[in-house]
Design a protein around this ligand. Structure first.
Ligand SMILES: NC(=O)c1ccc[n+]([C@@H]2O[C@H](COP(=O)([O-])OP(=O)(O)OC[C@H]3O[C@@H](n4cnc5c(N)ncnc54)[C@H](OP(=O)(O)O)[C@@H]3O)[C@@H](O)[C@H]2O)c1
Length: 264
């Protein structure tokens, strides 16, 4: 199958972070987004204006002849939106969602053709994502739909992966560890510095170096610090410094034990 991309009709439901950047990327690579849905008309208008799409805030206006309908709504809303769309679209419409944590089974009851288009990156409205570097994880039960989705994904970016429902859910848990939890640790680290009026700037080269090192190395081999060295005096001195911060104190002990367990 060769994609006649300029003739496609893609509908995006959701004008949040992922809807916003996917819509802009599709437009940029020449795949027309025919409609953008947001419950807030102003939000739909704003995004639609940027990409020459029709803004809609009423689901019943979703085009019935769309080639692909991308649900970029909050995880908790996917089931509800799919159900609502089943009363509007044909059963053989092709729908995908963009969630790492949600099974594609949410579509099964309502649609014959469905899949996943999960861009594995942390998106913010303010920062333009670099799609040349973002894994696009796709899946669909139907080989023809998967082939179609592959062509769309290849237009979005060069890093396309076939990841099934089960793998994707584990991928998502792992992403929570390496992104959300690590970011929370940055936050707690900054809190410690803020109280002492020390700038976080001093830690940024260390943060970058730590992330860069695991690009070509196993994280286990890159572990450093007092826990792996067994420097009890330093560990106790740290615990003393943070003794009045119960939560941070507990986390310090817990992570120290985890490091020591995996390196004993
Ligand atoms: N952000 C990320 O880094 C990221 C990365 C990969 C995948 N994802 C996945 O992509 C999906 C969207 O995430 P996001 O970060 O773009 O979320 P977001 O910025 O919070 O936007 C969520 C969108 O969902 C819409 N929505 C919420 N409840 C709805 C409902 N009941 N009916 C209709 N629309 C509803 C909101 O609509 P209104 O505009 O009407 O309020 C909003 O446009 C999620 O499944 C998420 O897991 C997110």
């Amino acid at each position: 199958m060769t994609l006649m991309k300029t003739e496609l009709k893609v509908v995006i439901i959701g004008a949040g972070r992922v809807g916003f950047h996917l819509a802009k990327r599709l437009f940029e690579v020449g795949i027309p987004v025919s409609q953008i849905f947001s419950r807030q008309q102003i939000k739909a208008n704003k995004l639609a204006n940027l990409i020459q799409a029709e803004p809609i805030s009423d689901l019943s206006k979703v085009s019935k002849d769309a080639d692909l309908c991308i649900l970029a709504v909050s995880d908790d809303a996917i089931t509800e939106v799919a159900k609502k769309l089943s009363k509007i679209l044909k059963k053989d419409s092709f729908l995908v969602h963009t969630s790492g944590a949600t099974s594609s089974a949410v579509f099964e009851e309502h649609f014959k053709r469905y899949g996943i288009l999960y861009p594995l990156q942390s998106f913010s409205i303010e920062k333009k994502p670099d799609f040349s570097n973002i894994p696009i994880c796709i899946d669909s039960q139907n080989p023809l739909d998967l082939a179609f989705l592959t062509e769309i994904a290849n237009e979005i970016g060069p890093k396309v992966y076939y990841i099934d429902d089960s793998q994707r859910q584990f991928l998502h848990v792992s992403a929570v560890f390496v992104n959300n939890f690590v970011n929370h640790l940055y936050f707690l680290g900054k809190e410690i510095l803020d109280e002492e009026e020390i700038s976080m700037e001093l830690l940024k080269p260390l943060i970058i170096e730590t992330a860069n090192k695991i690009i070509d190395n196993d994280p286990k081999a890159m572990q450093t610090g007092p826990a792996i060295r067994g420097d009890t005096t330093t560990i106790n001195a740290h615990l003393e410094l943070i003794k009045n911060k119960a939560e941070i104190h507990k986390l310090y002990q817990y992570i120290t034990k985890s490091i020591q367990k995996h390196h004993s």
